[in-house]
Structures are given as structure tokens and as C-alpha cells.
Design a protein around this ligand. Structure first.
Ligand code: PHE
Length: 357
């Protein structure tokens, strides 16, 4: 995960390219990474975050864009993989934030539709409304929309719930989530609604967040328990749900895990592909991140096509559980990791015709 320079990052990446802008008024590096356009226009969220170096922000953008290629193909939507990163020098609020978002929106206009954005970690539905004031290249919001913009988080959470149910059923034959313990890392836009859905399904919820107050608030609301951030990996649970940053599954954390399943919403959970094998060797069932976390992207893809009925969108998102059931079964048959099974499906989609949506 070391990113030394822009050259290193881009030479070591298999994407189309990246567009870089330094936003002088805010001191922000803006990166738009375009990974693949085989199936359509690159679309993916916009992450706002403080990084150690600009190159680390570019690296994140390229990895996230690649994840979007896989995500759209795995759910058969005709979009390509792209992502934007706003690498801010410090957290931005108020007019400084709005100004940056407006300039970002106008920057997207200069790309003339080569990429469309949406919400991601560090940005909000309200931010998308600000961007939409300047450009049409933002998913699910338009300038004159009277409705408040939708939040992808709860849809992503619903897909993760379906994925956890599918994983438990794969191991135990479908007894439901009553009594299942799920440790959620990150009580944010996905982690919090996921905690509520799990508690409603009878699961025992454990919550960790770097912001311990936030963890306590969510745990309190659902009758769950707080786990200290540094204790996450070694805490015993049935399901570990990473719902924060990426690369949390790696050669140092995997040996510590005391769970049977990993299924969560974070993008790029594996530090490297070999970590899927490490999990398998430990007998831990891994739900490939870009499949189990596709609910938010799917919901926005459907909204973009004009579907507005919430129940219908939710029904589609829930079916991610069935995709995972197939992936787990296929991985068992091929004595391979679920990641390898999912990847084969993605490669076939990319080699074949464009998506049906
Ligand atoms: N940020 C979402 C993800 O990582 C993708 C997304 C795309 C969300 C478009 C909203 C709109 O899956």
C-alpha cells in the first residue's frame, strides 16, 4: 500500500488513466481514476479524505476505480469503473467545502461525461446536491429535484445483510440470524443501518469505530456492545463485517481473526489478492467485497434508469444474497476461493456483451 509517486501508482495499475487537478483555493488534490469502459461510462463515488501524501490519494482512487469495474460487471449494469478522490489537506466544512464541491462539479463538465460521480466515504447526499448544481454528471440527483437526494448507505447495508444471511446459510443451512454475533467495523453511513437491520433479525451486534462515541451511540441504539478499535481482529464472533476503510484483511490481521465469515461493505478489503487464499486456509468464508457491497451502486443504477419504487429497489438489492450463494457454491465445487469464483464471473461479463441492467 506504499505509494511513492504518481508515476509508481499509474505504472503499476491496469486502468485507462487518471485525470489530476490541484484545487488551489482549498489545497485539494482532485483525482478522477478511469479504470475500464468496456461496458459503459465509468461511474463511481467520490471519496473525500485526508491522505498522508497526494500519491496515497491517487493510489486509493485507482484501487477504488478497479473495484467499481468489478462491481458493475458483477451486477450486470452497463457502466464502467471509475472513482474520484478529493484529497483534502484537512477536514472541510461550510463554504470552503461547498466551494470545493462546486469547482469539482465544473471540473466534471470539462470531462464531458467521461466519468459520473456519486456518494462515497466522506461525502454526503447533500454534497451531491451541491455538485449537481454545477453538473449533470452525478448519479441520482439533479439540479431541480425537489426531493432530498437519496442516501446509498441503507441500500448497501441491506445488501450486506442479505450477504451475511447467504453466508450463514451456506455454512449452516439457513437457520436465520437469531443468536448470530456480527462485529461491525465502522459505525458510519453503512455500519449504522446495518446494525439496525441485524438487530431486527435477532443477531447480536458488536460495534467498533475510531470515534468511540459514535460506536457507543449505535451499540446503545440496537442493544449491542462496543468493541475497542484495536481489539477488532482478535474478537470472537460469527461474522466480521468491515464497513470502514480498505486493506483490513492482510497477512498480519488474518492470523488473528476468530470469525467464520467475513462479509462487509468496505471497498478493497483485501490488501492483496493472496489474502483471499489466506482466509480460505483459515477456514473463513469470504464474501467478495464488490459483490456484497454492491447494494448502493445498484440502487443508484436503478434510480438512474427511472425506477423509483423503494420496495422494488430493495427487492433487487436483496437478491445479491442469491448471487453470493452461487459464488460460494461454485467456489466449493472448484476448490477455490469465492474471490476467484467471483472474478471469473466478472471476466466473463467483461468479455461478453454490455449489461442488461
Ligand atoms: N460509492 C458507491 C460504492 O462504492 C458507489 C456509488 C455509485 C454510490 C454511484 C452512489 C452512486 O459502491
Amino acid at each position: 500500500m506504499e505509494a511513492r509517486s504518481f508515476e509508481d501508482v499509474l505504472e503499476g495499475w491496469d486502468g485507462i488513466g487518471a485525470v489530476v487537478r490541484y484545487d488551489r483555493p482549498s489545497g485539494t488534490w482532485i483525482f478522477v481514476a478511469l479504470h475500464d469502459d468496456t461496458r459503459g461510462r465509468p461511474v463511481g463515488g467520490c471519496r473525500m479524505k485526508v491522505y498522508e501524501t497526494p500519491a496515497a490519494g491517487l493510489l486509493d482512487a485507482t484501487r477504488l476505480a478497479r473495484g467499481m469495474t468489478h462491481k458493475w460487471a458483477s451486477i450486470d449494469f452497463d457502466f464502467g469503473g471509475g472513482k474520484a478522490v478529493l484529497a483534502v489537506p484537512h477536514p472541510m466544512e461550510g463554504e470552503a467545502r461547498a466551494g470545493l464541491l462546486r469547482r469539482f462539479g465544473r471540473f466534471l463538465n470539462t470531462l464531458q461525461g467521461a466519468y459520473a460521480t456519486g456518494e462515497d466515504m466522506g461525502t454526503t447526499p447533500e454534497d451531491m446536491r451541491v455538485i449537481a448544481g454545477e453538473t449533470e454528471w452525478v448519479m441520482g440527483v439533479s439540479r431541480d429535484d425537489p426531493e432530498p437526494p437519496a442516501d446509498p448507505g441503507p441500500f448497501t447495508a441491506l445488501g450486506v445483510l442479505a450477504g451475511i444471511e447467504a453466508a450463514m446459510a451456506h455454512l449452516d443451512g439457513g437457520a436465520g440470524l437469531e443468536g448470530t454475533s456480527v462485529l461491525i467495523q465502522g459505525a458510519g453511513d453503512v455500519g449504522a443501518p446495518l446494525a439496525r437491520l441485524l438487530a431486527d433479525a435477532g443477531a447480536r451486534v458488536l460495534v467498533a469505530d475510531l470515534d468511540e462515541e459514535r460506536a457507543a451511540a449505535v451499540a446503545g441504539e440496537v442493544g449491542g456492545e462496543v468493541v475497542a478499535p484495536e481489539a477488532v481482529y482478535a474478537t470472537e464472533c460469527h461474522v466480521f463485517a468491515p464497513c470502514a476503510v480498505g486493506a483490513v484483511l492482510n497477512r498480519s490481521t488474518i492470523p488473528l481473526l476468530r470469525c467464520r465469515i467475513v462479509a462487509g461493505s468496505a471497498n478493497n478489503q483485501l490488501e492483496e489478492d493472496e489474502d483471499a487464499e489466506r482466509l480460505r486456509e483459515r477456514g473463513i468464508l469470504y464474501a467478495p467485497d464488490y459483490v456484497v457491497n454492491a447494494g448502493g451502486a445498484m440502487a443508484f443504477g436503478l434510480i438512474n434508469k427511472g425506477l423509483t419504487a423503494r420496495e422494488e429497489i430493495e427487492a433487487r438489492v436483496r437478491r445479491l444474497g442469491e448471487s453470493l450463494t452461487e459464488i460460494f457454491a461454485e467456489a466449493d465445487r472448484g476448490e477455490e476461493t469465492p474471490l476467484a469464483a467471483a472474478r471469473r464471473k466478472v471476466e466473463a461479463m467483461l468479455a461478453g456483451a454490455s449489461g442488461a441492467g
